[in-house]
Design a protein around this ligand. Structure first.
Ligand code: CP
Ligand code: NVA
Length: 323
């Protein structure tokens, strides 16, 4: 019997026990069903007891507001418990090995979400964990952000069909997850980055394979106006990501002509939305007023982190009977 993705969503459990390190660990159908599930839970806005007796362990090697709070509240709204650990408390790879930390945590928690400097640390976690591991941001990807971004786009643009997203700035973790998410779900993706800061060709090539399947386009250029012209969604992120602070001065110079300001934005569609994962460096990647303009949906994006993570936790822990 062939079970449609929508039926799978209703029955649930299709992500049970699954790790999420890359957004491409999910199929296009799984992404779509998570977004539908998240939208559904957002509309219901109720507290559940479904994940009663389940524990989420959160590990952070870098600071966080949105990811930490949205995961904590998401788990609590589903009836589960949360343990949050800062780097000093855990000493990941210093006080003891990453492998031992997750082997032990697996005995206490039912799922682990970790924010690490190196993506490799997450891979080691997966190798040694008995419970699912979720990427809460690494140097390579930010899959939970990409899920929230797709939910925000579909709310504002009534679905994902026929859309063009322009990413202006660094070919970083946020850009890469968003590229893969767009290519998988059929959204045209254009990125404008300065020479030396583009998404690597081998990563673009994987996205192009997904885009061929979904019928969408991928463009990488150094020209911001080429990327943004006629776009439905204008996206930017910091020029200097966490862990790159020593490069901040150089990056400010290199990226100076990649600021999303009213002049550049005027080339996008009139009803284009402006997105940013936050935290923002106003006056750098985005002009001061843009994130407060009616085109900006950045606070909705932040809220949607919680809703997509509720859907994700529910499915990974296999408790969708309540849907
Ligand atoms: N967007 C995001 O991940 O924010 P935090 O770094 O505050 O978690
Ligand atoms: N690219 C940024 C995103 C923060 C949410 C960073 O990695 O610091």
């Amino acid at each position: 019997m062939v079970v449609s993705w929508y039926t799978q969503y209703l029955v649930g459990g299709y992500l049970k026990g699954k790790d999420l390190l890359s957004i491409s660990d999910l199929s296009a159908d799984e992404i779509r069903s998570l977004i539908i599930g998240a939208a559904d839970m957002k509309a219901r806005n109720n507290w559940l007891t479904t994940l009663g007796g389940k524990v989420l362990a959160l590990i952070f090697e870098k600071p966080s507001l949105r990811t930490r709070v949205s995961f904590e509240v998401a788990m609590r709204q589903l009836g589960g418990q949360v343990v949050s650990l800062s780097p000093a408390e855990v000493g990941l790879g210093q006080r003891e090995s990453v492998a031992d930390v997750v082997r032990v945590l697996s005995r206490y928690a039912d799922v682990i979400a970790a924010r690490t400097f190196s993506h490799r640390t997450l891979e080691i976690m997966v190798d040694h964990s008995d419970v699912p591991v979720i990427n809460a941001l690494s140097d390579m990807e930010h899959p939970c952000q990409a899920l929230a971004d797709l939910l925000t786009i579909s709310e504002n643009k009534r679905g994902l069909d026929g859309l063009t997203l322009a990413f202006i700035g660094d070919g970083n973790n946020v850009a890469y997850s968003l590229l893969l998410a767009a290519a998988l779900t059929g959204v045209d993706f254009r990125i404008a980055s300065p020479a030396g800061y583009a998404i690597q060709e081998r990563l673009l090539s994987l996205a192009r394979d997904y885009a061929r399947e979904s019928g969408s386009q991928v463009l990488s250029t150094e020209d911001p106006s080429q990327a943004i012209r006629g776009a439905d969604i204008v996206y930017t992120d910091v020029w200097t990501s966490m862990g790159q602070e020593a490069e901040a001065e150089v990056r400010r110079r290199v990226f100076a002509s990649y600021q999303v300001n009213s002049e550049l934005l005027s080339l996008a569609k009139k009803d284009a939305i402006v997105m940013h994962p936050l935290p923002a460096h106003r006056g750098e990647e985005v002009a001061h007023d843009i994130l407060d303009s009616p085109q900006s949906v950045v606070i909705d994006q932040a809220e949607n982190r919680m809703h997509v993570q509720k859907a994700l936790l529910l499915h990974i822990l296999g408790g969708t009977g309540i849907l």
